[in-house]
Design a protein around this ligand. Structure first.
Ligand code: ADP
Ligand code: MG
Length: 729
């Protein structure tokens, strides 16, 4: 047992030494030292990096471009850096912790070793003691063997002592057991510590790798920063160079400008001197100006007022002259009219129309004189009768040509004269055509108004004109308003209440017209009225007189002179005779009225032309209405319409006779008297005598009305002309 115990002890000692060498307290320490040195080196590097970082930061602060985009990047990098630093710090702290742990473990190891040593020493002592006792025991055994009694006793004692030894061995064995357990525990602890060491080594390696990574990162950031700084530097240099070159160019230009300005200054100086001089003289003038102005104004005012005075007096003189001229003109005009006669008679022969039919009946019975446009020949019952009028229009005469002869009369209306234009003749001879015309070829009415408008426009600078139009109809001696609301209403002709002796028709509609369009509207209106009022317009119109009364009122703005002229355009009823047997009832009454009014017109014209004291205006509505347009210095035109057809020759003869009689009235009391005889107007009408003469209510004073003249008494002039014409063929 002792032997085995010894062996075991030896084994234990060997195991302990092996463990020691294995554990290698020195190796761990070496490792720790190595780590500490590494740590120190890293710390140094970190410090260097921080220094570099500080330097970079300082440079960045000094860097010229503050708004550069690199700044942002830089800030990011810095942030990264600080992050890395923080991480490094943490790693460092961990490292310190690990160091501490390693230290503790080393301490514990040393302790364990110490304890191990103690126990080993104890064991050696025990072994020593045990071996000594063993020897003692063996000696005793030997001595005892020699002394059997004694030996037996000794054996007995030894046997007793052997149990004690056995007990001690057991104890030692249990102790050994405990120690072995301890060693196992220590081994376990060692293993754990090794594990821990390995872990900490792994962590350290990781940390180191991280540090390397961070360093690489740091390096990269640093490189980037450097590059950026380089680029910035280059940019800065470039900008500086550019600015420098630009500044040089500008400087050059400024230098040049300066030179120019300098030369300008040199040339300007004398100019400035003259300017100053001028300015001074101007200042003087300005100082003197109000005085001068007042002086000039005074003299100018005097001059102007003198001039105005002169102009005034000239104006007065001119006005006086103008008025005198006006009067003279009027006098001359009157004289002219007196010489020419203010009653004129024209004849118009219409062309042969389809209505005239065919054959000998439709042949033309009228011929003209190539040399004299006032003469007309009519072949009646195989005999040629010649007539002399103021003017004869052949069938081919246009509306325009007719109007040209009439327009002087129309314009005199603007000067304040009253004018009457009558169309006389048998039905179908062209009265309406001459007065109204057609839409394509208007007659006197439309043309007269057009002319009035254009004349008035021409005088608009000095005169204000108002043109009004009335349209009336006389049928069976009843006057009707064609433009009124009640065309059936019979109108009366009355004396003006102002005592002027003027006549007027109360209720007669007057339209103010300002353009030809207005006129057309008025005509259209009147025409429509007439059409709706009667069943057969043609028949009706041939038995009534149609009047268009145009009034022209003027005001001379400069003199205040007022004029009123009236233009009466009359389409008379047909002058044809109505057969004795055929005329009955209303037709007879119509014929009587027409006859009465036409002969009354003849009478009036006769009385006017022969300058009779009394003119029988009141014998018919027509003459009474036109009284103021027929008397005084009024002008009258009788347009006698003639049909050239063979079948109409007897009516044509009558019309031409009427025309010639009107025209050939010789002025002067004797001839007047003589003329009276040749005035049997419409004598061919089979109408009771009382209808032809003055009406019982006539205003004609006794003895001054015209008696029916005897047919034999023709005026000498008329007779002589007719004779001449007859003889000349
Ligand atoms: P009145 O009014 O005298 O009864 P109108 O004027 O109605 O006669 O004329 C009768 C016809 O003769 C109409 O068809 C008209 O167109 C025509 N006529 C009259 N005069 C002329 C003329 N100068 N040229 C052409 N046709 C005319
Ligand atoms: Mg007619």
């Amino acid at each position: 047992q002792v032997e085995t115990l010894k062996e075991k002890l030896l084994e234990q000692a060997q195991e302990i030494s092996r463990l020691r060498s294995e554990l290698g307290g020195t190796d761990a320490e070496k490792h720790r030292d190595l780590l500490a040195a590494e740590n120190e080196r890293l710390r140094q590097e970190m410090k260097a990096c921080e220094g570099e970082l500080r330097e970079l930061r300082r440079q960045q602060q000094q860097a010229p471009c503050r708004d550069c985009p690199h700044l942002q990047e830089n800030a990011g990098l810095q942030e990264q850096l600080s992050q890395l630093q923080r991480e490094a710090e943490e790693t460092r702290a961990k490292l310190v912790e690990l160091d501490l742990e390693v230290q503790q473990k080393t301490n514990r190891l040393a302790e364990v070793e110490l304890r191990l040593k103690d126990s080993l020493a104890e064991r050696a002592e025990e072994e020593e003691r045990l071996s000594r006792r063993l020897r003692d025991s063996q000696e005793t055994i030997a001595s005892l063997k020699s002394q059997p009694q004694q030996i037996k006793y000794i054996i007995k004692t030894v046997e007793v002592e052997s149990t004690k030894a056995k007990q001690a061995l057991c104890e030692t064995q249990s102790r050994n057991q405990y120690l072995q357990e301890q060693v196992g525990m220590q081994k376990q602890v060692l293993k754990e510590m090794e594990q821990q060491l390995q872990n900490s080594q792994k962590t350290e390696a990781q940390l180191r790798a991280q540090i390397v990574m961070y360093e690489a990162e740091l390096e990269r950031a640093h490189g980037q920063m450097l590059e950026e700084m380089q680029a910035m530097e280059e940019e800065k240099n470039r900008a500086i160079e550019e600015a420098f070159s630009r500044a040089q160019v500008e400087m050059k230009a400024v230098h040049e400008n300066l030179a120019g300005v300098r030369t300008n200054l040199l040339t300007l100086q004398p100019a400035l001197r003259t300017l100053t001089h001028d300015y001074n003289s101007l200042k003087r003038q300005v100082r003197d100006f109000p005085l001068l102005l007042q002086e000039t104004l005074r003299s100018d005012r005097a001059e102007i007022s003198q001039a105005i005075e002169e102009v005034h007096s000239t104006n007065r003189e001119l006005l006086r002259k103008y008025r005198r001229e006006l009067q003279l003109r009027k006098k001359c005009h009157n004289e002219l009219v007196r010489l020419k006669g203010n009653i004129r008679v024209f004849g118009r022969v219409r062309p042969i129309t389809k209505e005239d039919g065919e054959g000998p009946e439709a042949a033309s019975a009228v011929t003209f004189d190539a040399d004299d446009d006032a003469v007309l020949h009519l072949l009646h019952k195989g005999k040629q009768v010649s007539f002399e009028l103021d003017k004869v229009f052949p069938p081919q005469a246009s509306q325009e040509e007719v109007f040209q002869e009439v327009q002087a009369l129309v314009t005199s209306c603007i000067d304040g004269y009253n004018v009457c234009i009558f169309a006389y003749g048998q039905t179908g001879a062209g009265k309406t055509y001459t007065m109204e015309g057609t839409a394509a070829n208007p007659g006197i009415n439309q043309r007269a108004l057009q002319l009035l408008f254009s004349e008035v426009r021409g005088k608009a600078a000095d005169w204000d004109y108002a043109i009004t139009v009335s349209a009336a109809e006389i049928y069976n001696e009843a006057l009707r308003d064609l433009l009124g609301k009640e065309p059936q209403e019979k109108l009366e002709i009355k004396l003006c209440p102002d005592g002027s002796g003027q006549l007027y028709v109360p209720g007669l509609t007057e339209f103010r017209v300002q353009s030809v369009e207005d006129i057309n509207k008025v005509f259209e209106f009147g025409h429509v009225k007439r059409v709706t009022e009667c069943t057969n317009l043609n028949e009706h119109s041939s038995r009534s007189h149609a009047l268009l009364i145009v009034t022209v009122r003027g005001l001379d703005r400069s003199t205040g002179l007022r004029t009123t002229g009236k233009l009466n355009l009359v389409d008379l009823a047909g002058s044809e005779r109505v057969g004795r047997s055929g005329a009955e009832g209303s037709r007879l009454r119509e014929a009587q009225h027409i006859n009465k009014s036409l002969s009354a017109l003849g009478d009036v014209i006769y009385a006017l032309r022969s300058r009779q004291g009394h003119v029988p205006f009141r014998n018919s509505k027509l003459t009474y209405l036109l009284q103021d347009s027929l008397s005084g210095d009024s002008k009258t035109l009788m347009m006698v319409q003639v049909s050239p057809a063979e079948k109409n020759t007897s009516e044509t003869l009558c019309s031409l006779k009427f025309a010639e009689r009107v025209r050939s009235v010789e002025l002067g009391p004797v001839s007047r008297k003589a003329e009276l005889g040749s005035w049997p107007s419409q004598e061919h009408l089979e109408v009771p005598k009382r209808l032809l003469g003055d009406s019982p209510g006539s205003a004609a004073p006794p003895g001054r009305g015209h008696a029916s003249p005897s047919p034999g008494q023709l005026s000498s002039r008329s007779a002589s002309i007719r004779r001449k014409l007859h003889t000349s063929g």
